[in-house]
Ligand binder design. Structure first.
Ligand code: AMP
Ligand code: ZN
Length: 138
């Protein structure tokens, strides 16, 4: 999927309507059409980039500062007790729209929106091996 048939590019350009929360020269923020809590917002760079690791460090810095500003406004507006910032990358990780986006999800204690994930323990020695493998790829 490229920018021409990307639903988020169409939202950014105004071809598809959205409940706009914020926009400037770097990002566009709008309410998710399928919220998991009131105020669930998507923040996307205006530029079409498919995944987090394809964005430049400079852009990521610019987006991060907007995320902080918008998250603070969402907390104030919704009275949420906390929030998740979630970025799905790749189909296996639940990314459905191939335009980099960050979910800001307002949370209340016990809302059950995102519960504990199935954590496990590494067998002896495995953590060192995996950490070493990742270090070598950096
Ligand atoms: P993800 O699974 O991280 O790719 O999330 C994509 C999100 O985009 C989903 O939560 C959808 O509800 C949301 N979405 C898809 N189309 C629209 C739209 N037209 N307006 C607002 N949100 C949308
Ligand atoms: Zn796009």
């Amino acid at each position: 999927m490229d920018a021409n048939d990307c639903i988020f590019c169409k939202i950014v350009s105004g071809q598809i309507p959205a409940a706009v929360v914020f926009q400037d020269e770097v990002v566009f923020a709008f309410l998710d059409i399928g919220p998991v809590s009131d105020g669930h917002t998507l923040v996307v760079p205006k530029e079409h980039i498919d995944k987090f690791d394809r964005a430049s460090p400079q852009l990521l810095g610019q987006v991060a500062s907007r995320l902080a500003k918008i998250a603070a406004a969402i907390q104030k507006a919704t009275g949420c007790e906390g929030y998740n910032i979630l970025c799905n990358n790749g189909r296996a990780a639940g990314q459905v729209v191939n335009h980099l986006h960050f979910h800001i999800i307002p949370r209340k204690t016990g809302d059950g929106v995102i519960d504990r994930w199935p954590a496990y323990k590494y067998p002896a020695g495995a953590a060192e091996k995996i950490a070493d493998k990742i270090r070598k790829c950096l």
